[in-house]
Design a protein around this ligand. Structure first.
Ligand code: ARG
Length: 465
């Protein structure tokens, strides 16, 4: 087999490639993931060649059969790609030649490895990015189900990591469903822009042979062919978009991870993770470590770096294909794999985690968290908010001096602070007020119910993939 294409440019060269060049030059270890996409692209290409008369029907049939056999052998692990053949494209051609002889070489009619690589990448991109969008959808559903399961557990909400206000646990967690909805839509948008076939752009300026790019694009399920042949082989914008969206996604997963790590600590104690998703310590018997969210937080650093790699890779490249582009897969696949594995395990983690309602409630009843509601009480009685803020601030100071929560001060202290405070201030409690925060998007029982059903509708509108 290797004799057929072992050195396809032998005509021009008087020396063979050095072993060091073969090792340095090959992209196979990563590129082999695109092998089946290259088979798909080749199938469409030969069918198009047949349709325009560049292949006879019998030739097409023999090549199509050989491609199917190669796919089966690949799936059974019976094919070992040869590094001497540099890339998947030369390997595929050599395998075809081995099966059907000289006819195999006709597959390279009106095609270069440049558009062949670009096509295999787009095919793989469309499939893997849809899978990623689907993994986001599944994670969102796990989060939303968890919210629906625990709709009325009161917890503090934080600003500056200081207890700020009170909310419901489901309202806190639903934030991530909303954030992930933006991530989901970004990948869907990127898919729409990438939905074009570069096949037939050839080396860079197209071909004089009578090919039909619309037909091959349609066969591959692309919306249309790419518009410009040079752009077709130079463009990796879709990977830059992917890198940026992946970084954004991982930033969101990392922020959730950070909160899960905090909330499972003994200092908070709001959440308990299932033992099966935690590790212990080799020396401290009491330890139960949240390795999963810590790793996700760590992996976000790699994915942010991958986005930077993709941008830097392109910024100085002249038009046309340049071998630098082989490096695109390093960053792209690393980002893809880290996003997929992080989403997968976080989905399991969320399905198995348990909130600790007593701890959250206790925290929501301390830290003077009701203070803003006392100020609002005065506002409802006509006082300007700034003045109300000052009066309640003084009550906080008083409570602090007695080491009490503001809600524990006797009514007489309220009455002394402002004549507008009447006995009904006692009815202003966390439990009561949390249900009443019902302006659009707020945490109150009614607003939260609306939010959760809106989120359900958004998820149900995701296209099944
Ligand atoms: N391994 C190459 C890549 O990943 C395939 C394209 C090769 N094209 C070429 N003209 N050498 O970009």
């Amino acid at each position: 087999m290797s004799t057929a294409l072992a050195n396809p440019w032998a005509g021009r060269f008087s020396e063979t490639m050095t072993a060091s060049l073969v090792a340095f030059n090959t992209g196979l270890p990563l590129e082999s993931r695109l092998f089946e996409s290259d088979i798909d692209g080749t199938h469409a290409h030969i069918e198009m060649l047949r349709s325009v008369g560049l292949l006879q029907s019998a030739e097409h049939a023999a090549l199509a059969r050989a491609l199917d056999e190669i796919r089966q052998e690949w799936r059974h692990g019976d094919i070992k790609l040869q590094v001497e053949l540099e890339d998947i494209h030369m390997n595929l051609e050599a395998l075809l030649v081995k099966k059907v002889g000289e006819l195999g070489k006709k597959t390279h009619t009106a095609r270069s490895r440049n558009d062949q690589q670009a096509t295999a990448q787009r095919i793989f991109f469309m499939r893997s990015t849809r899978e990623l969008a689907n993994a986001i959808d599944i994670f969102q559903r796990a989060l939303l189900e968890h919210c629906q399961q625990y709709p009325n557990l009161v917890m503090p909400s934080y600003t500056h990591l200081q207890r700020a206000e009170f909310t419901y646990y489901a309202h806190w967690l639903a934030t991530y469903v909303v954030m992930l909805e933006r991530d989901h839509s970004r990948f869907i948008d990127a898919l729409a822009r990438a939905d074009q076939s570069p096949l037939g752009a050839c080396a860079s300026t197209g071909t004089s042979l009578p090919i039909d790019r619309q037909y091959s694009a349609g066969l591959l399920g692309f919306r249309e062919p790419t518009l410009h042949s040079i752009d077709s082989v130079s463009d990796r914008d879709y990977l830059v978009e992917f890198g940026a969206h992946a970084a954004n996604l991982m930033i969101h997963l990392s922020r959730l991870s950070e909160e899960i790590i905090s909330f499972t600590s003994q200092e908070f104690g709001f959440l308990v993770l299932a033992d099966g998703y935690c590790t212990g310590s080799s020396i401290m018997p009491q330890k139960k470590n949240p390795d999963v969210p810590e790793l996700v937080r760590g992996k976000s650093a790699s994915v942010i770096g991958n986005a930077m790699t993709l941008m830097t890779l392109l910024k100085g490249l002249p038009l046309g294909y340049n071998k630098d582009l082989q490096e695109d897969k390093t960053a792209w696949f690393a980002a893809l794999d880290n996003c997929m594995s992080s989403l997968g395990i976080l989905t399991e983690l969320v399905r198995s985690m348990k909130p600790v309602s007593e701890k959250m409630r206790l925290a929501a009843q301390g830290g003077h968290i009701i203070a803003t509601e006392y100020a609002n009480y005065l506002v409802n009685k006509g006082l300007p908010f700034r003045e109300a803020h000052r009066i309640v601030g003084e009550l906080v100071k008083l409570a602090d001096s007695r080491q009490l929560d503001i809600s524990r001060l006797p009514y007489t202290d309220f009455a002394a602070a402002s004549a507008l405070f009447t006995e009904d201030i006692r009815a202003v409690t966390v439990d009561d007020m949390v249900t009443r925060k019902n302006s659009y998007g707020s945490c109150g029982g009614q607003a939260l119910g609306v939010l959760l059903s809106q989120l359900q509708s958004l998820l149900d509108a995701h296209q099944p993939r």
